[in-house]
Design a protein around this ligand. Structure first.
Ligand SMILES: Nc1ncnc2c1ncn2[C@@H]1O[C@H](COP(=O)(O)OP(=O)(O)OP(=O)(O)O)[C@@H](O)[C@H]1O
Ligand SMILES: [Mg+2]
Length: 279
């Protein structure tokens, strides 16, 4: 077990559809394959991540159980009493699923008592030695669910597929500043250009425009537009299981390396270290 607490990353963009869910699941899969211990937390009431891994297919699935979502932590007054249920093992990582429990437990409880905003952060702290990376997927828009998820993390990653998606950036920056009451080190850390098309001038122009935001946060290597992003939704397998050689899969590998270099420069994954010894 690592001596370093988990790096907690939150995917957020107030504008919808930029690739939060696709990137959360695929980066999670990539980090797990590199030997890191990964947990994914689905904080989106749409439950896309939970559905894409197949946990809404069967009516008896634990993915549909409101008692299994991270929303339960908002039922208690004292952040120190906030305890996460056991996550569900899927693909190569642990997942806290989303379902109607998120709708029932998150926004209404925070609205009733805003002091509960930090409950998820406290609950995750109790799990922080169990993982190297905890990835949080959020919903678009600006309901109370978003700050509750964001303040559970230390670093915010923003997928961007066209610069128009940054129109709401100032709102996110304001939300992050406010979130420091709960998470003092909370930062917008990375833009991830997604659905990139190197042969298209439009796409290259978008990337140049994004580079204008380099003073706000680091720009990750782009992830190309690729059919696999849609395939994982129906297939319920990771991009690595469907096509490890695809260009988009390679982009995700590179992105995961970039994330490790950015957030955990000194740590070798447990799996990789033991493989080296064995080899
Ligand atoms: N690199 C990519 N190439 C092709 N399609 C992609 C890529 N990334 C995401 N998509 C597709 O774009 C759509 C939106 O992606 P995704 O659902 O991950 O975005 P999101 O930010 O989570 O959306 P929401 O705001 O609704 O939660 C999905 O159909 C997804 O499969
Ligand atoms: Mg999503």
């Amino acid at each position: 077990m690592s001596m370093q607490p988990a790096t907690r990353l939150c995917m957020a963009n107030i504008a919808g559809g930029a690739g939060k869910t696709f990137l959360t699941l695929s980066i999670g899969a990539a980090l797990a394959r590199q030997g890191y211990r990964v947990a994914v937390l689905d904080m989106d009431a749409q439950a896309s991540a939970t559905k894409w891994v197949g946990l809404h297919d069967d009516r008896s699935s634990p993915g549909l159980d409101p008692e299994r979502t991270a929303g339960v932590v908002f039922r208690v007054d004292e952040p120190s009493d906030a305890i996460l249920p056991d996550p569900i093992r899927v693909q190569d990582f642990d997942l806290w699923p989303a379902n109607d429990g998120i709708i029932r437990d998150v926004a209404p409880n925070i609205t009733a008592d805003s002091f509960r905003m930090g409950n998820l952060r406290e609950a995750l702290r109790k799990r922080e030695m169990d993982y190297d990376f905890i990835l949080i997927d959020t919903q678009p828009g600006r309901s109370a669910d978003l700050p509750a998820a964001v303040v559970a993390a230390d670093h915010v990653l923003v997928p961007v597929c066209d610069v128009k998606g940054l129109e709401n950036l100032q709102k996110l920056v304001t939300l992050i500043k406010g979130g420091r009451a709960y998470a003092p080190n909370l930062q917008l850390r990375m833009f991830i250009p997604n659905k990139y098309q190197a042969h298209r001038r439009m796409s290259r122009r978008e990337l140049e425009l994004l580079q204008g935001y380099e003073s706000v946060a680091v720009i990750a290597p782009p992830v190309r537009l690729g059919d696999l992003a849609r395939s994982i939704q129906e297939d319920h397998r990771s991009i690595f299981d469907i096509d490890p050689k695809a260009g988009i899969t390679q982009d995700i590998v590179e992105l995961a390396h970039f994330i490790v270099k950015t957030f955990r420069p000194l740590q070798q994954p447990v799996g990789a270290a033991s493989q080296e010894v064995a080899g």
